[in-house]
Design a protein around this ligand. Structure first.
Ligand code: IFM
Length: 446
């Protein structure tokens, strides 16, 4: 029996500016923390950078035409803050706005719905030099930037996502050091968390003031954490990971408070003195939708040797993706149900879900990525089950449209529905892209 999705369910694909655009030094774009990080020896596999990436900046029309050919109804992209405000605040670079205006017009002319993310990790380097996300002022600059972008594109873009995955910006960037700015400082990660959330809240205020009566949201990457046993130590470890990655963001956004267990857990490193009166009310301003990115279930074991959260994520079992993730669609269903039951009744979108595999172009010039089809199929089914359980899920965006710059893993990992031959920039739709087109046409799974 076919599993049908509701009429109007929004199917799409997603990308982010630094991962696909290239043209890193063109038309007045300023430097971002990722330009600096990627150009620092040893930070990215093979020394790859986003200087050229998929060259979408120069190949925009062809990439938009390919979306039509693949039958994609919605495109989630991000705006590069340093293209719009090269110094992070102050002077606006009109050529940057013009590029995104062309992108949005190009989508609308092709009947493709734009979903815009304001911040997908490419902080202007000039702001990093005065503390980046550990500096409270960055939140205010973000709100100014949001106003500028909304004034330019607000009449044409129906979906506005303030931040993509603030957990990664805060913790992968400031504690693990695997992402820009590459710090390893837990107190800094916590300050960054708060200032990112504050930027979101002030950004929402700015968007509303500029006229966004609807279509404003944020995207969180949530993980499903389950203890490996019912030993209380394992249960507590799973709770800590859940607290760090999920509740540290969901609670302030939807309950206007930081979780008590996280405040207690982090007390030795931070007193959360960066939280000022009124901040939590700003952060918890009503939203119109929530984006959820889902990639991982964590099976968690207590680990007293882990200095940060006393937890070990056990290696996943079963078939693995090329970045070593398992395929755990149940986690997606569980998260969607949990968020809608415990946090918010607003519409949800899966704003990213996908997998990297060792794709290659075979002698008949095809990419037969059957693993990706299987992965997407079971995750779409999980989304369908969540709908059946009453979740107000409105759409699903596959990560990613194109193979692209996968941050610290450079071009070594391929998440795209479309294969990119990076030397020539040739685009080759994978079998999964053709399969996805059929899912979208039928609005159903076979
Ligand atoms: O490529 C990233 C994306 O930028 C944010 N979410 C996860 C993806 C895959 O790692």
């Amino acid at each position: 029996m076919a599993e049908h999705f509701p009429a109007g369910f929004l199917w799409g694909v997603a990308t982010a500016a630094y991962q696909v655009e290239g043209a890193a030094r063109e038309d007045g774009r300023g430097l971002s923390i990722w330009d600096v990080f990627a150009h620092t020896p040893g930070k990215v596999t093979h020394g790859d950078t986003g200087d050229i990436a998929c060259d979408q900046y120069h190949r925009l029309e062809a990439d938009l035409d390919l979306l039509v050919e693949l039958g994609i109804p919605a495109y989630r992209f991000s705006v590069a803050w340093p293209r719009i405000m090269p110094a992070g605040h102050g002077a606006v670079n009109q050529r940057g706005l013009d590029y995104y205006s062309r992108l949005v017009d190009g989508l609308l002319a092709r009947n493709i719905t734009p979903m815009l993310t304001l911040y997908h990790w490419d902080l202007p380097q000039a702001l990093q030099e005065v503390g980046g996300w550990t500096n409270r002022a960055t939140a205010g600059y973000f709100a100014d930037y949001a106003t500028v972008v909304y004034r330019a594109l607000g009449d044409r873009v129906p979906f506005w996502i303030t931040l993509n995955e603030p957990w990664c910006s805060a913790f992968v960037g400031h504690l693990e050091g695997r992402h820009a700015p590459g710090w390893q400082d837990e107190a800094a990660a916590l300050a960054a968390t708060h200032h990112l959330l504050l930027a979101h809240g002030q950004g929402v205020q700015a968007l509303r003031a500029a006229g966004a009566a609807e279509g404003v949201g944020i995207t969180l990457n949530l993980a499903w954490n389950v203890p490996t046993s019912d030993d209380p130590a394992d249960v507590a470890a799973a709770q800590r990971l859940d607290g760090n990655q999920n509740r540290l963001f969901l609670d302030p956004l939807f309950h206007a408070r930081y979780p008590a267990d996280m405040l207690a857990h982090y007390a030795p490193v931070s007193d959360f003195g960066f939280v000022q009166a009124g901040d939590l009310a700003t952060i918890a301003a009503p939203l119109d939708f929530l984006g959820i990115n889902y990639y991982e279930k964590h099976v968690v074991q207590a680990d007293p040797t882990d200095p940060t959260r006393g937890a070990l994520v056990l290696p996943p079992t079963g078939p693995l993706t090329s970045v070593g993730n398992g395929s755990d669609p149940d986690g997606l269903r569980e998260l969607l149900v949990r968020v809608s039951q415990d946090y918010t009744p607003i519409p949800l979108y899966v704003t990213e879900s996908g997998a990297a595999f060792y794709d290659y172009v075979n002698p008949t010039d095809r990419v037969t990525d059957t693993e990706r089809i299987a992965y997407l199929d079971v995750h779409f089914r999980a989304a369908h089950q969540a709908l059946a359980q009453g979740v107000d899920l409105r759409g699903y965006f596959v990560w990613s449209y194109l193979d692209n710059f996968e941050w610290a893993m450079g071009y070594a990992q391929r998440y795209g529905l479309v294969f990119i031959e990076f030397g020539t920039q040739r685009r080759i739709p994978k079998q999964s892209a053709l399969w996805y087109r059929q899912v979208i046409q039928r609005n159903a799974l076979e």
